[in-house]
Ligand binder design. Sequence first.
Ligand code: NAD
Ligand code: UGA
Length: 470
Amino acid sequence: MDIKNICCIGAGYVGGPTMSVIAAKCSHIRVDVVDVNKERIEKWNSKDLDNLPIFEPGLSDLVKKCRGKNLHFSTQVEKKINDADMVFISVNTPTKKNGIGAGKASDLKWVEACARQVATYSKKHTIVVEKSTLPVRTAEVIKSILNETAKNDLKKGKTFDVLSNPEFLAEGSAINDLINPDRVLIGGENEIAINSLSEIYLNWVPESKIIRTNLWSSELAKLSANAFLAQRISSINSISAICEATGADIREVSKAIGSDKRIGSRFLNSGPGFGGSCFKKDILNLVYLSEYFGLPEVANFWEGVVRLNDWQQNRISQLVVKKLFGNISGKKITILGFAFKANTNDTRESPAIKICNDLLEEGAFLSIHDPKVSPEQISSDLGLNQNLPITPKYPIEGNWRFTHKVEEALIDADAALILTEWPEYSKINWNNASRKMRKPAWLFDSRSIIDPKDINKQEINFWRVGDGIN
Ligand code: NAD
Ligand code: UGA
């Protein structure tokens, strides 16, 4: 089937970048990205390319090149489904908050809504592609909704194929990940539909990287890949605590472990625990599925990865309190970085949220800096509006303020805590910067971006994750 019109439902962190790359690589295809969120669509159409709803290196260049030509953003969900040969479902699938499976299972209400919309508004044979990360066997639910809803029109040629094509991009490197993927995974039942989707990728991805599987293997491979990656982080974070207790150094241990080819060196950086919208939700989904299929040992194994991650986040805030003489009430702490990783403005499940809330609860005043996250986003994440101190010397207990300049954030601070590995934080001269801070001053580096050789311990106390000489 020759695909000329693609509609992607969901203009988020996956839909926006993925469709921008497809549009850039396939000038013969018209790509429409639709979303119910009017404000988000307005930002995608913004003349000011610095104002796109998502910050992702390389994204604005692609949008500039294709927008208004073969890439379009709108809220016209029904019309664009109607025109499409292929519909990507790229909507959010968060953890369920209420009802059966609450706290673990994925909430599929947005995916179901898409399936109903496609069933209602498509007008011919349509290939429906699961781009969202979904529990195993969701394709069955989608197929059933499509075929039942469109029952009366199936004979008129309004038919469907469902494919699973999970996305493996990581935020901060999304464009590069999409242009040079390790693999493209396509799960499906109908060879013709699978070929139609792989033809699109073949415009820039070598055939050897396209993996074809059945639907259920594809859905499960996505959940498992995230679980494996997150498991490495919890593993290395568990070892970081042993390093601190014994005098070993986590960077040396990581290097020694990672140089074994069977293990590999990536994803072995110890830090404040993993964040991001997916790792926790996808592992909990795997836990739910394991429990559902009567596999409690499997469920416990994966739940341990999340438990260790929560523990690591707690460990960091407790450690800050301990080093500041067990009391941070009324003390000013500078938070460097709020995004869940560098090169993104995304704060979903960022370790900074939990760590900042713990410190606020202990009565600290936080001066928060991040180069890409807005103060409004931080207010919403912390559930607390910022409050301006009367003077920097008399900060307000249990409150926070956004600070645009790092130097300003450090004035009279008792401690600075690096939570995101933004490159600009590694360039700070801490011996000079510490002169603005209240003594005894502390620098906590949860991301290992500071070289201890650059720190004069007469000027500032220094702690870094997994460092046994702390
Ligand atoms: P997101 O929340 O940024 O975007 C989802 C968008 O879908 C929202 O803008 C929402 O308004 C829209 N939407 C929801 N229901 C709709 C409907 N019925 N009609 C039109 N629009 C609708 O989410 P995201 O981060 O892009 O993630 C999407 C999916 O991709 C999730 O399943 C996630 O697990 C998966 N995923 C995410 C990443 C990532 O890095 N964020 C990577 C790989 C996979
Ligand atoms: C992750 C996966 O890497 C992607 O393949 C996947 O598509 C995506 O989830 C998804 O399904 O949403 P992402 O969450 O964007 O991508 O970013 P990662 O680079 O994986 O980082 C996740 C978290 O782990 C961050 O908080 C990061 O700081 C942390 N991390 C990562 C570490 O603490 N140590 C590491 O060595 C690597």
